[in-house]
Ligand binder design. Structure first.
Ligand code: SF4
Length: 238
């Protein structure tokens, strides 16, 4: 795994995360754009931050129509996203006293006493919010520096699947978990190692190992890739 990540870093250079690194702001960010790409989310998030503010109090005080108008910069369905942002703000204010990070930090204290339990509790909290599934919950834990979870970039699960398994399994959720478990077994259990792997695999999915048609002919990983080995074996059998 290290060899593969080294090769990716040599190809693309060191990667930097985009967007906020506070758990609450990350949830807001993910609800600011649709389709949910970095580009759309950043546009919606930046205008919201500039014109309204991000705190639960500021989001709840803003007229829904104003939020929706601003969120047009973040792509389609702005009314739905405005409604979701106020739902997030209401929940954080009502259920967590306005401080989601503190609630999640409490889960991490629990994690120290009983490994696995605190992370599960934190993911459960995060998944109560709109559009946050298991992949986003794990990304939030990793990039808000709460827990060194081996998160996999949700839009690029096929990258680790091709590299280490060869072909997709039964469904997205199963592939995601298999990829996460592979990374978890192969990477040091540190925030730095797991953030680095996440960002490099994401970049590789954006640039080369494309979902519909991977550009294997220009890929630096053909010698290590299980997908290529499986294809060669299939040709041999035929
Ligand atoms: S060789 Fe092809 S399938 Fe394998 S990682 Fe590279 S682009 Fe993806």
């Amino acid at each position: 795994m290290n060899e593969i990540l080294e090769a990716l870093e040599k190809t693309y250079g060191p990667q930097q995360a985009t967007g906020p690194t506070d758990a609450y702001e990350m949830i807001v960010y993910l609800n600011c754009g649709y389709p949910a790409s970095d580009a759309w989310c950043s546009k919606g998030f930046d205008v919201l931050k500039r014109e309204v503010g991000l705190s639960p109090r500021e989001l709840l005080a803003a007229p829904r129509a104003k939020l929706a108008k601003l969120l047009r910069l973040g792509g389609i369905l702005p009314d739905q996203r405005a409604e979701r942002l106020q739902e997030i703000a209401r929940r954080v204010k009502g259920d967590y006293g306005g401080d989601l990070q503190a609630a999640l930090t409490g889960c991490m204290q629990e994690e120290k006493q009983q490994p696995g339990r605190g992370v599960r509790a934190a993911k459960k909290i995060l998944r109560e919010f709109p559009v946050i599934g298991e992949p986003s919950a794990e990304k939030i834990l990793l990039f808000s520096k709460l827990a060194p979870v081996a998160a996999v970039p949700s839009a690029f699960v096929e990258v680790p699947t091709r590299l280490w398994v060869g072909k997709p399994g039964k469904n997205y959720a199963a592939d995601y978990r298999a990829a996460r478990d592979t990374l978890s077994a192969g990477l040091a259990e540190t925030l730095e190692a797991r953030q680095r792997a996440y960002l490099l695999l994401k970049k590789h999915g954006q640039q080369t190992c494309k979902r519909s048609e991977p550009k294997c002919e220009i890929c630096p990983l053909t010698g290590q890739c299980a997908y290529i080995q499986l294809q060669a074996a299939d040709r041999h059998v035929v």
